[in-house]
Design a protein around this ligand. Structure first.
Ligand code: NAD
Ligand code: SER
Length: 317
């Protein structure tokens, strides 16, 4: 039986992942944790155990892991790309020292560790179209530096110590429960909220900027499927490319217009986030994830847009 500790569980992914894991593995078998408590997460607090945990605090992590007899860690605690450029020291500290702390515990206690990477692990010298699984990785953001270093560190702990490390390179994730935590792809979430609220949106990412994206149910599915995948089939283990769509702001605009014809989009580009976006791939080749553990997303752009708009029109009433 899995006993799962989710770190950073009150973020964009964790707040939805915890509820799905509790549905699948049982409420008491999924321990949510975060550095601090936040308002608006009663469903997480009320449906199962919650603990305060800063992932850089190894003593506290050990205490929680022993208390609940944890055998699987899903590490979602991180500083994302835009905040990472504002606070590079904190980004390095949380994303690297936090991960290292958890990897050491996983080694000592023989735990499985799922640690997500990102499209940010690529850089301007990476082939931008159909970016291969194995290719040049020279990212230019601090977040990207920590993501590629994290991939390599997780590989090292598997090869050297036999730790069962696994991970995907998430594209930008679009969701309607918890707002994103300060990334470059956040525009692709905000656009839907504003489409419902104001029928218009001003994008901080320039027209024509293609990035990979995915709807949250597909991201959650990827975590569970990779966690349960047959390890003998995993050639890559850490940092599988996955994607559901490659879109620019005007593609999302066109999709929203199918449901809200009067929706309008204009632009006020943020140079910092635009530079990050320009350094990332236009589209990923996700064939290794399909070949090694059968991963395929369920949502394309229009199917996601319909679900986002239906859900948000109820939520924002
Ligand atoms: P988020 O910013 O929404 O949530 C991160 C959570 O971690 C927050 O609740 C924050 O309070 C918590 N946290 C920060 N520092 C902490 C610390 N030291 N100890 C414990 N908790 C801490 O992030 P997210 O979008 O849920 O992303 C989760 C993971 O997925 C990250 O590794 C991120 O790089 C990766 N990822 C996310 C996306 C995306 O679009 N959301 C895309 C690619 C990769
Ligand atoms: N959505 C994330 C970000 O923009 C990608 O890792 O930072």
């Amino acid at each position: 039986m899995r006993k799962i500790l989710v770190t950073g569980a009150l973020g964009q992914i964790g707040s939805e992942l915890v509820l799905e894991l509790r549905r699948q593995y049982g409420n008491d078998n999924v321990i949510a944790s975060n550095r601090s408590k936040k308002d608006g997460h009663d469903t997480v607090y009320d449906s199962g155990p919650f603990e305060l945990l800063d992932i850089r605090d190894g003593n506290r992590a050990n205490e929680i892991i022993d208390k609940y007899k944890i055998n699987t860690i899903i590490n979602l605690a991180a500083i994302l790309s835009a905040v990472g450029e504002q606070k590079p020291t904190m980004c390095w500290d949380v994303n690297m020292n936090g991960l290292y702390t958890l990897l050491e515990i996983a080694r000592e206690k023989n735990l499985m560790l799922f640690n997500p990477s990102s499209i940010a692990a690529f850089g301007p010298s990476t082939p931008a179209d159909q970016t291969p699984q194995d290719t040049i990785q020279r990212p230019t953001s601090m977040y990207g530096v920590t993501k590629v270093a994290g991939e390599i560190l997780c590989d090292y702990y598997h090869q050297k110590f036999g730790v069962d490390t696994r991970g995907v390179r998430f594209p930008g994730l679009i969701s309607n429960d918890t707002l994103p935590g300060g990334g470059t792809t956040d525009y692709a979430v905000h656009i839907y909220y504003e489409a419902i609220r104001k029928k218009s949106y001003t994008s901080f990412i320039r027209k024509g900027t293609k990035m990979d994206m995915m709807y949250m149910p597909d991201a959650i599915k990827s975590i569970v499927e990779l966690m349960e995948a047959d390890p003998t089939k995993l050639v890559h283990r850490n940092a599988f490319n996955i994607t559901a769509m490659s879109v620019a702001p005007e593609d999302i605009e066109a999709s929203i217009k199918k449901f809200i014809p009067e929706f309008t989009l204009d632009y006020d580009v943020d140079p910092v986030r635009q530079a990050i976006a320009d350094s990332w791939p236009n589209s990923l080749d996700a064939s290794a994830a399909k070949a090694e553990w059968g991963y395929e997303p369920d949502y394309d752009l229009d199917k996601m847009t319909k679900d986002m708009l239906d859900t948000l029109s109820e939520k924002l009433k």
